[in-house]
Design a protein. Structure first.
Length: 192
């Protein structure tokens, strides 16, 4: 039986409505919200991995220009996906949410073995985080309606890359929710 966590990557004002927004960012918000609410109702941990850069000195800001600067409006999680007090927030400064953060330690403390990755950008931070998860021995699930990229082409490239090189299961949200519901119900029946 798998132990899941939902990871929400960079659903920030900068990437949803700002200068570096993903083409379909607005469209994935309701899907992620549905998944996150389902997870919370079933006791599945929800973790937000969010860019929080320092002005002028960050490696990524030199490449992309200033973005998601710590403390700025652009670095805030979109209100539709606001974390609750039971959710976890991991600040990151690289594409891969595992690099120089305590994400791996947090997931191990939560006894997670399977990460459901959502967010932006499919071909950058989501993809690199999927690889980081794979390198650390986690199973990766990517609900296709819960990720977006700078373009449809980059979205497809990112999904295929994760499938081929991180062993990610790329799945529809509907199929994932049905499977989780069945798995979690069978766990409850085993306990009773």
């Amino acid at each position: 039986m798998s132990k899941y966590a939902v990871l929400v990557v960079d659903m920030l004002e900068e990437f949803v409505r700002g200068r570096l927004r993903a083409e379909n960012a607005e469209r994935i918000i309701p899907c992620i919200k549905r998944l996150v609410e389902f997870a919370r109702s079933r006791g599945i941990p929800v973790v937000y991995a969010v860019d929080q850069h320092y002005q002028g000195i960050d490696f990524e800001t030199k490449l992309w220009g200033p973005h998601a600067i710590k403390g700025s409006t652009e670095a805030k999680i979109v209100p539709e996906l606001s974390p609750t007090e039971k959710d976890f927030i991991v600040n990151k400064r690289r594409y891969d949410a595992f690099v120089f953060t305590d994400l791996d330690m947090l997931l191990r403390e939560l006894e997670v073995d399977t990460i459901i990755i959502t967010g932006i950008h499919t071909h950058i931070c989501v993809q690199q985080t999927a690889l980081g998860a794979f390198y650390r021995g986690y199973k990766v699930v990517v609900p296709v309606e819960c990720v977006a990229a700078a373009s449809d082409e980059w979205h497809k490239v990112g999904l295929e890359y994760m499938r081929e090189f991180a062993g990610a299961e790329v799945i529809s949200l509907e199929t994932l929710l049905k499977r989780l519901d069945i798995e979690l119900r069978s766990t409850v029946s085993e306990i009773v």
